[in-house]
Design a protein around this ligand. Structure first.
Ligand code: NAP
Length: 246
């Protein structure tokens, strides 16, 4: 049990990669705050987690809304008494080539993917700095490093997360707070299910390991960064992409 007794809050945890991280952390002994815009599915995920024998609560959270973020972290600490791990996982895409990308689609992606993480980090660091310990892990993306046609908003938001991560790592290392990011490549989830078979085949050809990753592949890396095994690692990015970017 690498996370026995730890208290973890995960954003966008009702489904996909966030849910896999939540289940994997619970299997390592952590109590989990399942937060999501969709409270009904967050509640179902929290039920699944409790069946693993740890504590879990579901909390409604739109990460782009500052009062909701503050209220959610307060409710989490009231329920669990501490916050050891924050995973900034909530994210959306609104793809289009630059000249067709609407300003509102730029704003929506930046507000959830980047500003939402900033707001959550602020609340988490308040708690973690007082505790003199805590781990923040943000889910970036390979496109932060490579760019991707149709994703000016998304790749910019994911690149911004790296700057946020490194800055927090420098500002709060002396208070025992570690901040790292993971950069997944193409992972099989609802986000990538919408791609056509032709696009999927083309992508697979660009991956030396020849296949998409799974949400569990991402969860394994996040568990490492949340555990004591990574205590001397901060401000880093762990790439999980089958070799498509080196
Ligand atoms: P997903 O299946 O769409 O899950 C994202 C979750 O975030 C959903 O439960 C969604 O709820 C929730 N969410 C959306 N807007 C939110 C908001 N404002 N506040 C809180 N929660 C919100 O996507 P995924 O593939 O698991 O992706 C998870 C993370 O990994 C994202 O940050 C994504 O950018 C990143 N990532 C994914 C891939 C990939 O290939 N899948 C690769 C690299 C990085 P609703 O469904 O109800 O909207």
């Amino acid at each position: 049990m690498r996370l026995e007794g730890k208290k973890a809050l995960i954003t966008g945890a009702a489904q996909g990669i966030g849910k896999s991280i939540a289940l994997a952390m619970a299997k390592e002994g952590a109590d989990i705050g399942v937060t999501d815009v969709n409270i009904e599915s967050a509640e179902k995920t929290a039920q699944e987690i409790m069946a693993l024998g740890v504590k879990s609560i579901a909390l409604k959270l739109d990460v782009s809304k500052q009062p909701e973020v503050t209220g959610c972290f307060e409710a989490f600490v009231k329920a669990f008494g501490a916050l050891d791990i924050l995973v900034n996982n909530a994210g959306i895409t609104k793809d289009n080539v630059l000249l067709r990308m609407k300003e509102e689609d730029w704003d929506a992606v930046m507000n959830i993917n980047l500003k939402g993480s900033f707001l959550c980090c602020k609340e988490a660091v308040k708690i973690m700095a007082k505790q003199r310990s805590g781990k923040i892990i943000s889910i970036s993306s390979v496109v932060a490093f490579m760019g991707n046609p149709g994703q000016a908003n998304y790749s910019s938001s994911k690149a911004g997360l790296i700057g946020l991560t490194k800055t927090i790592a420098k500002e709060y290392a002396s208070r025992g707070v570690r901040a790292n990011a993971v950069a997944p490549g193409f992972i099989q989830t609802a986000m990538t299910d919408v791609l056509t078979d032709a696009v999927k085949d083309e992508m697979k050809r660009a991956i030396p390991l020849g296949q998409f990753g799974t949400p569990e592949d991402v969860a394994n890396a996040v568990i490492f960064l949340a555990s004591r095994e990574s205590d001397y690692i901060t401000g880093q990015v762990l790439h999980i992409n089958g070799g498509m970017y080196m």
